[in-house]
Design a protein around this ligand. Structure first.
Ligand SMILES: [Ca+2]
Length: 126
């Protein structure tokens, strides 16, 4: 290694660390915000609907996990949407008895594993 490289090499490392190194040390501990934008809590729902969620994060939302739980012994339905806009598409309410209560839970996660949950309850009335 000649003397020019001996000086240049540490300088390059310092520049690279100053440029990129700071980002590597930051830990994202802030969970996303999440709101179920449709339907609304206590709504009667009918037909086939899209369940929509607004999720934001200081770094980036990794995915939104939807969970639908029903009264009356129906099995739980789940769906994961990795891309905005976050939607549980084409939920067909006509497959359920009128009066069935549905608890809709949306969990937004960021890449660091932070999560935030939003939940509403609606009633199927066709
Ligand atoms: Ca975050």
């Amino acid at each position: 290694m000649n003397s020019k490289f001996r000086i240049l090499y540490p300088l390059v490392i310092v520049i690279v660390l100053l440029t990129f190194g700071c980002d590597l040390g930051i830990v994202d501990s802030m969970p996303p915000s999440v709101i179920i934008t449709y339907p609304h809590n206590d709504d009667d729902i009918s037909g086939t609907i899209d369940i929509t969620v607004d999720a934001q994060d200081n770094v980036g939302v990794a995915h939104v996990f939807f969970k639908l739980e029903f009264t009356g012994g129906y099995s739980v339905k789940t769906f994961t949407d990795p891309e905005s806009p976050y939607v549980y598409p084409e939920f067909n309410t006509t497959q359920y008895e009128n009066g069935t209560r549905v608890t809709i839970t949306a969990t937004a996660c960021d890449a660091s594993g932070n999560a935030e949950v939003a939940s509403i309850e609606v009633v199927i009335q066709n």
